[in-house]
Design a binder for this molecule. Structure first.
Ligand SMILES: [Zn+2]
Length: 196
């Protein structure tokens, strides 16, 4: 995984956006993900990004911002609202005081393709990557760089009706009708991988 050559562009619509009722639940799940080791920290940021669809029937979502040093305790201003993305051009249009995660393209692609999914939680887990094959988890065909249309398309190529997939050599994506569903599924998969 590398940031080199990422063309991903974030276009600011407005620094302000209405405070959605789901923000607090998303923050709780960020802490939960941190506690499970799904958001390892690196210099200048931390891996993993969590989002939820604001309103059924629309593709706007709230997502953790780029460059969050730790996801242990997330503040409101670490969350941004993505209005839409142009996947092929690798652009995200957003509201907030921080840029959206570069993996917003993947989140957007999933919300567009899957009307049944209202939460997309992406985390990193060596344990889940190592057991993906044995656990029968669907994986993207090849590794693609973050923030690219190639990665979003690689996810779409294997997405089908899956609720849990692995981006090869990278991390997992857990999906659900609710944040609780997406979060619980990630925890369950990690537990399953401990016994495999
Ligand atoms: Zn990642």
């Amino acid at each position: 995984m590398t940031y080199l050559g990422v063309k991903f562009r974030a276009v600011l619509m407005d620094e302000k956006f209405p405070r959605d009722i789901g923000l607090d639940e998303l923050k709780t799940w960020c802490t939960e993900f941190y506690n499970h080791g799904f958001t390892p920290e690196y210099e200048g940021g931390s891996a993993g990004n969590l989002s939820y669809r604001i309103k059924e029937g629309e593709n706007q979502f709230i997502i953790t911002g780029a460059g969050i040093v730790s996801k242990a305790r997330i503040l409101d201003n670490s969350l941004v609202q993505v209005k839409s993305c142009d996947i092929e051009k690798e652009i995200a249009y957003y509201y907030g005081t921080r840029k959206p995660s570069s993996e917003s393209l993947v989140h957007y692609a999933i919300y567009q393709a899957r009307k049944d999914v209202n939460a997309v939680f992406h985390g990193h887990s060596e344990r889940i990557l190592a057991c993906a094959e044995r656990a029968g988890i669907v994986q993207t065909k090849q590794e693609e760089p973050e923030g690219t249309a190639k990665l979003a398309n690689a996810v779409l190529a294997v997405l089908g009706n899956e609720k849990f997939i692995v981006m090869r050599n990278h991390g997992f994506i857990s999906m659900g009708k609710t944040m609780k569903e997406a979060g619980d599924l990630a925890v369950k998969m990690q537990q399953r991988c401990m016994t495999l």
